[in-house]
Design a protein around this ligand. Structure first.
Ligand code: IMP
Length: 427
């Protein structure tokens, strides 16, 4: 019953695509359990580069069944265009399974996301503008549209009416925008029904049966721990639960089924959008990390904010996710620095604090306390084992492991599929 959860240990963009792809060959099912096309994975296979937003990265491994779980929010137009884009490049996508309980990002929710951000002005979250927040809000308000609703026109019409009733009031009276027509939205949604039908399935049943048959199931989180709606830097978060518990609710498996929880941890830190970020750099080091690390969003094309490694956050991720392992990514990006600062604690209003403060006010005041670790200048991208790394790179990894509270079981030393050092097998 090997059920692994793979999730971001920081603010997302830690390089999960590479990790899932590394496991892809030995994994039978890859399940996305939350988020939507706000995510962005770049997967490099041979000389081909794939940018995926909504599809699980297992879609690129022929033996693997990719699953979009009930906890995901699905923009049908994005899903269909990602599928046809892959088909054009010769990738077989016929095994994809889509939960009938997944919620649909309707065209009006994409509009609401953008208009709300504009209305918030300086207080905006910096969302990806993909309708993620409003779709989860509809789900919780019980006016959401689910994939299965596409197959009952009368129910779909009633539900769109219910959703637009309130939204149109807000759009016209508060935001000064045009109201959205129910029949137009229904027509657009019905247009997706036949195209999605071959993929729609009872994914909860499929996943649990697979686990009973001892298949290897990988639950792939989007975004990251600090963007979690409950455990992240609220309100500068996404509207779902990327943390490990989200895999249970977002895929319909019990916590007793999960055997391993792997946190993807970048060797430094990045964040997109607004919100506190204690180790953020505004100097040439930040610029260098951005340039060398290629830190530009796959989904929005926005530059990522960059900073040094933050061990306080890593410890927090270990705790809230019950991490059993880390996959450390992008170690090669740090090559060339004489000394590498690592944040080991915060100073908050004159006091040293070792753990992530629960108070938002305190976190906004947190200043990093740095320890300097010696750097290395050798090219590490060809390293195949831990012993191949220069001594200082080894010591950097060991120090991070000690500070972060879980073993580092794999290290990414370059973007390619084979540029990974495996220390402990995940399976
Ligand atoms: P939303 O998920 O579009 O609602 O955006 C909420 C916050 O999460 C914003 O700060 C986004 O930049 C951030 N965010 C959403 N998806 C990702 C991701 O895949 N990587 C990094 N940040 C993300």
């Amino acid at each position: 019953m090997p059920a692994l959860v793979l999730l971001g240990a920081q603010w997302g963009d830690e390089g999960k695509g590479k990790a899932t792809d590394l496991l892809g060959g030995s994994v039978d099912y890859v399940v996305r359990y939350q988020g939507g096309n706000n995510a962005g994975h770049t997967v490099v296979v041979g000389d081909q580069k794939y940018a995926l937003h909504l599809l699980p990265s297992g879609i690129l491994s022929p033996g693997c069944t990719p699953v979009i779980g009930n906890g995901v929010v699905v923009d049908p137009s994005v899903l269909l265009s990602e599928l046809s884009g892959l088909n054009e490049r010769g990738v077989d996508t016929s095994k994809l399974l889509l939960s009938g309980n997944a919620h649909i990002i309707t065209p009006y929710n994409v509009t609401v996301d953008k208009v709300t951000e504009r209305f918030l002005g300086k207080r905006k979250i910096g969302t990806t503008g993909r309708g993620i927040g409003p779709t989860y809000a509809d789900k919780i308000n019980r006016v959401g549209i689910r994939v299965q609703d596409l197959y009952d026109e009368s129910i779909l019409t009633q539900k769109v009416e219910a959703a637009l009733d309130v939204k149109n009031q807000i759009l016209t009276k508060l935001y000064n925008r045009r109201a959205m027509a129910v029949d137009q939205a229904v027509e657009e949604l019905l247009g997706y029904a036949d195209k999605l039908a071959p993929y729609v399935a009872d994914t909860v049943l499929v996943i649990n049966q697979a686990l009973e048959e001892n298949k290897v199931v990988l639950f792939e989180g989007g975004q990251g721990t600090l963007l979690d709606i409950d455990h992240g830097t609220y309100p500068f978060v996404t509207s779902s639960n990327p943390t490990a518990g989200g895999a249970c609710t977002g895929a319909g498996v019990g916590p007793t089924k999960i055997s391993r929880v792997i946190g993807i941890l970048k060797a430094y830190t990045t964040r997109v959008g607004a919100g506190p970020f204690p180790t953020e750099l505004f100097d040439e080091d930040g610029e260098a990390l951005r340039r060398i690390g290629g830190e530009r969003g796959v989904t929005t094309g926005r530059d990522r904010r960059c900073g040094w490694f933050d061990a306080v956050i890593a410890r927090y991720a270990t705790r809230v996710n019950g991490l059993t392992d880390f996959f450390l990514t992008k170690l090669d990006v740090l090559t060339g620095w004489e000394q590498i600062p690592v944040c080991v604690a915060y100073e908050i209003d004159g006091k040293r604090v070792e753990e992530l403060p629960y108070s938002q006010t305190d976190f906004h005041h947190a200043k990093p306390v740095y320890e300097m670790l010696p750097g290395w200048s050798e090219d590490i991208s060809k390293a195949k084992s831990f012993a191949d790394l220069p001594k200082n790179a080894q010591n950097y990894v060991k120090a991070l492991e000690e500070m972060s509270g879980a073993p580092i079981s794999a290290i990414g030393v370059g973007p390619g599929r084979d540029e990974t050092i495996e220390i402990n097998s995940f399976l």
